[in-house]
Design a protein around this ligand. Structure first.
Ligand code: HEC
Length: 181
């Protein structure tokens, strides 16, 4: 059992170990490396809901189908129906209870789909798709959801104009009066 004296000794020892030369001299927490300006540029992939930040380029669903079959279908299914542990990209409606949340039934902006796929998909090689390829595969996902035709060309002007079914389904909490019990 610990006696009070022993507890004091343990405290002192742990304080001493903090002051080991070398560690004590460190001025930063040593949690990683500083990010260079160049790396920061590469991370700046944000596309805003209104389309700000969308890159040049274009693509249609006809082109996107090829890419989808090569890089997406194995996980998301031939018709975007999903697979165990992988969300469906197609189906559902804004009135389902409980809701099946897919790109078509849930996402309020088509621009966000671009942003998400460009930065995160496929998960084995995020950011590997070119800007054109992302337009193509977004077009295919939108077409599978019946939101555009297979030859409709998506680009930085036409993509923000695609109105998603759940466009008005979200509540702006800043506009809601908070009611507290
Ligand atoms: C290795 C399996 C895999 C591959 C390949 C893959 N995905 Fe995904 N995808 C996932 C998983 C898992 C998630 C869910 C990630 C999460 O919620 O954190 C996801 C999420 C998504 C979402 C968001 C769905 C939602 O409503 O939350 C989209 C859109 C998407 N993927 C598109 C694509 C596209 C387009 C491709 C091909 C370029 C692709 N994915 C390739 C596994 C995959």
């Amino acid at each position: 059992m610990f006696t009070p004296d022993l507890r004091v000794a343990v405290c002192l020892l742990s304080l001493l170990s903090w002051a080991i030369p070398g560690q004590a001299a460190q001025s930063t927490p040593n949690l990683g490396q500083a990010v260079s300006e160049e790396q920061l540029q590469g991370l700046d992939l944000i596309v805003m809901p209104n389309g700000n930040g969308l890159p040049e380029g274009s693509g249609s669903a006809v082109q996107g189908q090829v890419l989808y079959e090569q890089q997406c279908e194995s996980c998301h299914g031939a018709q975007g129906e999903g697979s165990p542990g992988v969300p469906a990209l197609v189906g559902g409606s804004t009135t389902d209870t409980p809701p099946l949340m897919t790109v078509g039934s849930y996402w309020p902006y088509a621009t966000t789909v671009y942003d998400y796929i460009r930065r995160a998909m496929p998960p084995t090689a995020p950011k590997s798709l070119s800007d054109d390829e992302v337009y193509q595969v977004v077009a295919y996902v939108l077409q599978l959801n019946g939101l555009i035709t297979e030859t409709f060309e998506l680009n930085r002007n036409t993509l923000p104009a695609v109105v998603m079914p759940n466009r008005n389904g979200f509540i702006d909490r800043s506009q809601v009066q908070q009611v507290r019990p």
